[in-house]
Design a protein around this ligand. Sequence first.
Ligand code: PLP
Length: 417
Amino acid sequence: MDYKKYIKNQIDEFSAKGFKRTFTPVYRFKDTFPFTKIDFNNIEEEYHSTNTRIWCSNDYLNMSHNPEVIDRMIEVIKTVGTGSGGTRNISGSTPYHNQLEKDIANFHCRDKALIFSSAYIANQATLSTLCKRIENIKVFSDELNHASLIEGIKNSKADCSIFRHNDLDHLEKLLSECELDRPKIIVFESLYSMDGTKANVAEYVRLAKKYNALTYLDEVHAVGLYGKKGRGVAQECGVSDQIDIINGTLAKGFGQIGGYITGDEILIDFIKSFAPGFIFTTSMMPAIAAAASKSIEIVQTLDEERKLVFSKANYIKNQLKKVGIDFIDSDSHIIPVLAYDESKVKDYSNTLLNKHNTYLQPIFYPTVPKGSARLRITVTPKHSITDINDLISSLRMTWGKHSQRVISAPLQPAMAL
Ligand code: PLP
């Protein structure tokens, strides 16, 4: 077999369909954000040449640029160095890791937490372990669930039913068709990052109790922003203590890197004991753990910044309606602007970057369904009203004359099981 030819054919086919991704090399200078520099030539220059505004970062509260967090990271690097030197069970558990797990558990008001190298790994490792080890478990998964949740479920080879996005009636129908004494788990997200839709978490808990199912909730895009002190949508809905496993990231609202699960002691100990993705990998840099702890402490105090994110997001949505640009409307801070067509979205993104110094990464299949290509706007406390007005006028000029079409329902899923 000619392996290289075989592999190349697949890449060529993917590229011919227009699905190949290009990565944009962006400096996110801390002192000038949201002004930044796109550097395809890798030439480090003065900040002054920074003229592009970034509109698609998941550093929702600018915590990756927070001076206290930066100081804490540097301080710990100077004390214990960079790498952790081992897995959690062989020399790689430090007081910084243990403290971070305590801080996460306290933040969510739960017994215990477990940290992973990313929320992707946390989802994959936890779900595959849980669903492999609970014999005959049946999984109920939202059709728009993230790839990491899908991979975890797939790896476990557990039987899985997919319910329509955020459709509680459909979920209940599927649950009611399953034997009551069969183990079950409902897997869903509180905030869907590509559509901006939010789940009614309290209703999921009600259904889980009625049908005796476990609940696994991904709060990756919600932690830091929603609920009291940024504790997430489950907290906002008053049911944070009733979700069996909450998953979150340290990389978005908290601005660092890493992921976690939190919940009752028994379940967390179960994953700690049996998940290969937790134990057989080097633990995160101690300085990152310490910086993440600092970030969690600060994020809880950022009520003003949270308000700013939502008021600015609403302002953007109103302006988009005024200029007649299609977007998916929701009550979240995420604003997906629809270009629909895969090649059109790339043209729009290139024009915005090259003519209007506006960086919005094009998003298309397989990240989102075919024909629903989009630019996903995320606003942060550091974006000003002038920045927003410039963004709207750049979008308007790029889009040209299009009719207004606000979509309230999500489109078809991209990555069904
Ligand atoms: N879950 C969801 C819903 C996500 O959107 C993402 C990434 O964007 C992840 C999990 C993975 O998070 P992380 O970047 O920490 O791996």
